[in-house]
Design a protein around this ligand. Sequence first.
Ligand SMILES: [Ca+2]
Ligand SMILES: [Ca+2]
Ligand SMILES: [Ca+2]
Ligand SMILES: [Ca+2]
Length: 642
Amino acid sequence: MVSRTSFSICLLLLSGLAAASGPKGRFPEPLEKYEMPPMYIYRLESSPRMVSPYGPFVSYQVNVDANGMNIVGDAANEPSISVDPTNGNKIAIGWRQFNTYTSNFRQAGYGYSTDAGITWHFPGVLQNNVFRSDPVTNSDETGNFFYLSLLVTTFCGDIWRSTNGGQSWTERSPDGGAYSGDKEWFTVDRTPASMGHGFQYQFWTEFYACDFGGFSRSTDGGATWQTPISIPNSPQWGTLDVASNGNLFIGGGDSGSSFWCIRSTNAQNPAVTPTFDQVTTVNMGGSLWYGPPVNPDGLAGQIFLVVDRSGGPTNNNIYMMASVRPTGFSTGTDVMFARSTNGGLSFSAPLRINDDPINHNKYHFFGTLAVAPNGRIDSVWMDTRNAANNTDSQLFYAYSTDGGVSWAPNVAVSNSFTPLEGWPQQNKIGDYITIVSDNTGGDVAYAATYNFNPSRGQHEQDVYYVRVAPGAPVAQSAFSRKAHGGAGTFDVPLPLTGNVGVECRSGGATNDYQMIINFATSVTVESASVTSGTGSVSSFSVSGSQVTVNLTGVTNVQTITVTLHNVNDGTSTGDVPVSMGVLVGDVNGNAAVNASDVSLTKSQVGVAVSGSNFREDVNANGAINSVDVAQVKANVGTALPP
Ligand SMILES: [Ca+2]
Ligand SMILES: [Ca+2]
Ligand SMILES: [Ca+2]
Ligand SMILES: [Ca+2]
């Protein structure tokens, strides 16, 4: 056993260990290494904190000084976020804090927010002047936060607890008392009905560990930990989660193309030493990658495993995600996802979550995911699709409401930044980012380089918070509907994208129209109003997935936009606008009334009104006659404004 009290002996042993151990084919050294000592910092300047909006998504800087200002010249990465499940205003983030980019000496930084991530406070580090790394935070179901931190000098970790939303932290054990090892991760059983409720489970890279073994359990909230044991296949660079029945699932790999989901059904039983009863190989469509061009001394991403505890139809589904270099290629990475609906016995084929055209010059990295209590899956990652240099990155977001079978279109949620500046004498922007989801969205912690340090002539690494959420429900179709006397009801399509649909029929004495808007599923609508153009909503109603809006006072020769406010389909909420061109007499719908419309109407005089000629019944009375021809003639020369 490596002594945890003798510092120098430990270092000697570790250097020998690092050279000698690690099975063939595995990454040959630990990701974390003890390197430079603390550096005397003689001056710290500040600048305004960065707030970086991108459309409706606003990124707020987390690593700020006591005055809420950016610290110029520091570096921060590898953020791990926790959110109080009982009060989403309370958020904490732990990260690797480098007090100056001129040294890779790093400490366990932490920050907290009490206003849902808008304002951040950075009281300091867990232990001053102690080299710590690989921060991992988590929350129990009542909002106690835990922080697992690795002492890189010994590869021993310890758990800290905060009962005030991350404002202060107390060490649960002696320094290094949680065993641990390089690239460790932990989780908490949050299900009150589980036998293992409150237990903490931890695994790490077995070859670069504090002690022997790669797994340990704490049954007392992180104060004491069982003697480590080995996990089949010695998985590394992954995460773990607990199902609602207390079963533990570990997602890890061999640092290359092998990925596993490993189950323990008895880790929740405090009377036994845990065993692992199921090892499933999972195809993630490629290989993990240490040292991609976007993160030269780090990973393209670790492996994430999460379990659905929604209690609904997707309950106990297991989801795995990895950012991999596709099999057979030497460049580029994709964010890949696989799901199990049978307790980890088997997994789906890998699904590519980034939806841009396949391009092996592009990097989609640091992919991570979380499951909301209602079963929605949120995923975020760094994405170079929009960068000519293939390295400048934006945070992207996608979600799934059907257990990962299908995913919403990808949405960029941040401005572009370079991951290649601001390095703290270690050529990386960390190895991971993290997200926690609730029923309406996700809270994300990520590192980015929006601030510019003029004295270095580079952007600097800082930690950011951003809230992501599904956008408004998407309307499937819309129509302008009129009853044509006894001939029936006919609809003019109102396309939701591209050229506006043209309503050519007149609105009667009070210029009335009716819009029909269809959604994929049942919705509720808070209100409806005319948000551009002339006219007003006289009434609206919702029936299942269909919304009917009655308009009055709609003037001719305009484009009018009706907005449905706070449309909610049970997953997402937002405003949905629908536009209609109003041009009476434009029976051929080309946005101008001229001789063609007159002759077209004349050609249908006396013909019964049907689905193919209802536009020529301009006054919608159920007959096409000289009155309609006269109405078209009266409008010749009008056109929709561009
Ligand atoms: Ca800074
Ligand atoms: Ca790390
Ligand atoms: Ca026309
Ligand atoms: Ca008519």
